[in-house]
Design a binder for this molecule. Structure first.
Ligand code: URP
Ligand code: ZN
Ligand code: ZN
Length: 471
């Protein structure tokens, strides 16, 4: 069935214009004014923007972590993502040392298959470089379309890899055409500081932030940039939280290095003082890197505006307060790190960014969708509104005012870190490959509809872009 979206204002990373969109076979077939309605289901988008579907480059769904498992799986997580205007996610596939990468990828496919309501891809965690890993990596790219590798520089004795592993991953990625992602914090020094804090009797959530100072994020970011330069490779720094890290990324980019940076909504609007909330509520705000002092927020907003940071990820890693965050009562190191953000990523950037004049409407689309598609091998199939692209679309009412709350969100967790925050703008309807997933704010999607997406190599366009023939 063809669909015709009429009377909306189309917004891409570069343009804003009034036009109708004709959707055929899941793709955008025609863009124009006063298109023929015959035979099409007409969707009226009067007063709304029509954006390319958001792409969330950073999610942890159904992931074992911190002695528990993230609460949102590929069903609840992607439903919440869709309500928030996201039509594709890229989730992190964890690996275990000594285990074939293929097995880890199979595990992640099993988590997502039959559950996801929107499209999804995987990044692959690299915890060691062995002959077996080196032999498997080309297949990971060619057969699985996984073209981004993640290295953790923190979480000592859990995920942390050493610098040699990071360097060899960068070298392999350059040869193979992949993008290396880093969690940049100095895990060894954090390990020392956390042990010392506990020895001194400091057990409250705020010590999570105090033992992971921004200098340690800046140092690790700078080290990763330096190793990227040496390897002549490409780097994407995830969840940048502070001025010190922005400075290192900007320095690398000024040298002409292929270094990219992502921040997250929590770092743009929340701050370190939230960790001091009474009754252990501070645990709800435990992320790594931690929330920073408020002045860092302006640095992050400016970095998004001037292009030193390019993307916004949710770092969706949700745990209930009851029973999960509470594991860390009496020992802040046992609080599972992370929070539920997938649903509010797009709206917060629109409301706090566009509406408050910090970024333009085109920048907003670039930051939540287009640039992510380009960096992670999804463009031009996804991330834009163009003839032949997937009809991944958000019909967005920019005027509606609402309050974020756990009572109305669609994530499976018992709190929302943005509880009570007023935002302007809301996705009304969301389509993935031409099918409604959310229609007039109601879920109409189907678990299992979401397709796994094999991504192109770093710097390449997606090869399977069909140009829809127009009659
Ligand atoms: O606190 C966080 N960020 N949890 C998710 C895992 C990670 O480090 O990205
Ligand atoms: Zn991380
Ligand atoms: Zn993460």
């Amino acid at each position: 069935m063809t669909k015709l979206i009429k009377n909306g204002t189309i917004v891409t990373a570069t343009d804003i214009y009034e036009a109708d969109l004709l959707i055929q076979d899941g793709k955008i077939a025609v863009i124009g004014r006063n298109l023929d309605e015959s035979g099409a289901e007409v969707i009226d988008a009067t007063g709304c923007y029509v954006f390319p579907g958001g792409i969330d480059p950073h999610t942890h769904l159904d992931m074992p972590f911190g002695g528990t498992v993230t609460k949102d799986d590929f069903e609840s997580g992607t439903i919440a993502a869709a309500f928030g205007g996201t039509t594709t996610i890229i989730d992190f596939c964890l690996t275990n040392k000594g285990e074939p990468l293929k097995k880890a990828i199979e595990t992640w496919h099993n988590k997502a298959t039959g559950k996801a309501v929107i499209d999804y891809g995987f990044h692959l965690m690299i915890s060691e470089i062995t002959d077996d890993v080196l032999e498997e990596l080309p297949k990971v790219i060619e057969e699985e379309g996984i073209t981004s590798f993640k290295v953790f520089m923190a979480y000592k004795n859990v995920f942390q890899a050493d610098d040699g592993t990071l360097y060899r991953t960068l070298v392999a990625a350059k040869e193979l055409g992949a993008l290396v992602m880093v969690h940049a914090e100095n895990g060894d020094v954090i390990d020392y500081l956390t042990k010392k804090a506990l020895e001194d009797g400091h057990t409250d959530p705020i010590y999570h932030a105090l033992t992971r100072p921004p200098e340690l994020e800046g140092e690790a970011t700078g080290r990763a940039c330096q190793l990227t330069e040496l390897a002549g490779s490409q780097l994407y720094v995830v969840h940048v939280s502070c001025a010190q890290a922005v400075e290192k990324i900007a320095e690398a980019r000024n040298k002409g290095l292929n270094v990219w940076g992502e921040t997250c909504p929590q770092y743009l609007v929340l701050d370190q003082s939230y960790l001091e909330k009474p009754n252990f509520e501070g645990a709800k705000y435990v992320w790594s890197p931690p929330l920073r002092e408020k002045w860092h927020q302006e640095v992050l907003w400016n970095a998004l505006k001037n292009g030193q940071l390019q993307t916004l990820g949710s770092d969706q890693c949700s745990f209930d307060f009851k029973g999960q965050k509470e594991l860390g009562r009496g020992d802040f190191t046992k609080i599972p790190n992370g929070g539920p953000i997938i649903e509010d990523r797009v709206s917060i950037l629109f409301s706090e960014g566009v509406k408050k004049g910090r970024i333009t409407l085109n920048q907003f689309v670039d930051i939540v969708s287009t640039r992510i598609a380009k960096l992670f091998g999804l463009f031009p199939k996804k991330g834009t509104i163009a003839v032949g692209a997937d009809a991944d679309l958000v019909i967005f009412d920019p005027t509606v005012e609402r309050v974020i709350s756990a009572e109305t969100h669609h994530m499976a967790v018992d709190y929302n870190p943005f509880e009570g925050m007023k935002v302007t703008g809301e996705p009304v309807s969301v389509l993935c490959r031409g099918e409604f997933v959310v229609r007039d704010k109601q879920f109409v999607g189907k678990p299992g509809y979401g397709q796994y997406v094999k991504r192109a190599k770093y710097g390449a366009l997606m090869a399977d872009q069909d140009v829809v023939k127009m009659s």
